[in-house]
Design a protein around this ligand. Structure first.
Ligand SMILES: C[S@@+](CC[C@H](N)C(=O)[O-])C[C@H]1O[C@@H](n2cnc3c(N)ncnc32)[C@H](O)[C@@H]1O
Length: 386
């Protein structure tokens, strides 16, 4: 990747904060009145489990041909940086680090935990097939590792973490975690208050004092802003589409939408109204350390040379203009107007690192979140940002 990177610009001001906030104050069970939507039993959990169970893992070759390969790599880079920084922070205090990967999926973050030299990992997910694939990946990793490498021990749990308590299922009832990582998962639990609370409890109740809860989730401000700007119940572009049931009403729980990425209709997701999550987390003695959109996180972290090198290695950006052998992810020149404009600026060194406009629009619907637990209930005052 070149040192230069260019992105399509867009407004970042959250819109409709006031209508969301009003509903928050009126409806939140934490604020005196019952939630609008009651937990009706299974909800969408079965759908979620079977959706992820049937998702095929595609090989490297197929992945690299995907229209959204850079978006996926970029999201993965964002997780790597978030996880790496938090591990560095924890390691300053502790040698043996225990992690809960809440909604681990097929084990997409196993290598990050290996690189971070943790001691113990608990992987939990609602989808049993995914958990089994995660276990196999871990076993393979162990088998292929150098005999001198000390690979973390791992435990695998299939559970609906929005309805079941993980503490009842852990093999060691005394186990405490330094980190709970919940990547692209938490929004599934916002179907009802009790589900969101159980997920939060699973994330936080076994954290050591000073431990961290980190995560990534779609940004409700961004989703509502884009929805309100659209003239239908839906918005998106050639790589992603988000479809809401209704416009103008955003209940605190059960505000359902469908996120369709590269033509694959995903299972229902639910808006996570962030100030409510912050309030709910106080019950578990959690204090917010930061919340950043992917755009803000990128702008912050890309200043660091090591992070830039990693982004290049992970191919989170594509080269613009494409080199002789390569092709851009899209043949449509409109997708690269932003890069073309910068490339024509006198003095700019080519090639640039960039991403197609549609991929950037899709990935910029996400935010990273970092919480910290304070056993004595005092707010912690450190921030990860520089
Ligand atoms: C988008 S995938 C992310 C997987 C993984 N964290 C990653 O970043 O690669 C979302 C995962 O959340 C899991 N999930 C959704 N609802 C869940 C629940 N109630 N309990 C546990 N896992 C859940 C899904 O089965 C799926 O594996």
């Amino acid at each position: 990747m070149a040192e230069n990177s260019s992105y399509p610009t867009e407004e970042q001001q959250p819109a409709h904060t006031s209508s969301l906030k009003r509903r928050h104050e009126e409806d939140s069970p934490e604020f005196g009145s019952p939630p609008k939507k009651q937990d009706t039993g299974e909800g969408h959990s079965l759908k979620v489990a079977s959706h992820y169970n049937t998702l095929q893992e595609c090989g490297l070759a197929e992945r690299s041909r995907s229209r959204i390969v850079h978006l996926r790599n970029f999201n993965n880079w964002t997780k790597s940086i978030l996880i790496g920084e938090i591990l560095d922070k924890v390691r300053r205090e502790r040698r043996d680090v225990a992690v809960l990967d809440l909604g681990c999926g097929k084990g997409g973050d196993l290598l990050k935990w290996r690189k971070g030299r943790i001691s113990k990992l608990v992987c939990a997910d609602i989808a049993d097939v995914s958990v089994e694939q995660c276990r196999q990946r871990y076993d393979d990793m162990r088998r292929r590792s150098h005999p001198n490498e000390r690979i973390f021990s791992a435990e695998f749990i299939t559970a609906d973490c929005s309805r079941e308590l993980l503490s009842d299922k852990l093999s060691d009832a005394e186990l405490k975690f330094d980190i709970c990582s919940c990547q692209f998962v938490y929004h599934y639990s916002f179907e009802s208050h009790s589900q969101a609370d159980t997920m939060l409890r699973n994330a936080c109740e076994r954290l050591r004092p000073g431990g961290f809860f980190i995560g990534t989730t779609p940004d409700s401000y961004e989703l509502v802003k884009r929805l309100e700007a659209s003239d239908s119940n839906s918005f998106g572009n050639e790589v992603y589409r988000v479809t809401f049931r209704k416009k103008g009403e955003y209940p605190l729980f059960g505000c359902q939408y469908e996120f369709n990425l590269e033509g694959v209709v995903d299972v229902p997701e639910f808006l996570v109204y962030f100030p409510l999550l912050v309030e709910m987390a106080k019950k578990y003695n959690m204090r917010l350390v930061f919340k950043k959109t992917f755009r803000e996180f990128f702008q912050d972290k890309i200043k660091d040379e090591q992070n830039r090198i990693l982004l290049q290695r992970m191919q989170g950006l594509e080269q613009y203009p494409a080199d002789g052998r390569g092709r851009l992810a899209s043949d449509n020149p409109v997708e690269y107007h932003h890069a073309e404009r910068i490339a024509k600026t006198p003095g700019v060194r080519l090639p640039l690192g960039t991403m197609s406009k549609s991929e950037w629009e899709a990935t910029s619907t996400y935010s990273c979140v970092l919480y910290s637990l304070s056993s004595c209930g005092l707010p912690l005052c450190f921030f990860l940002s520089d």
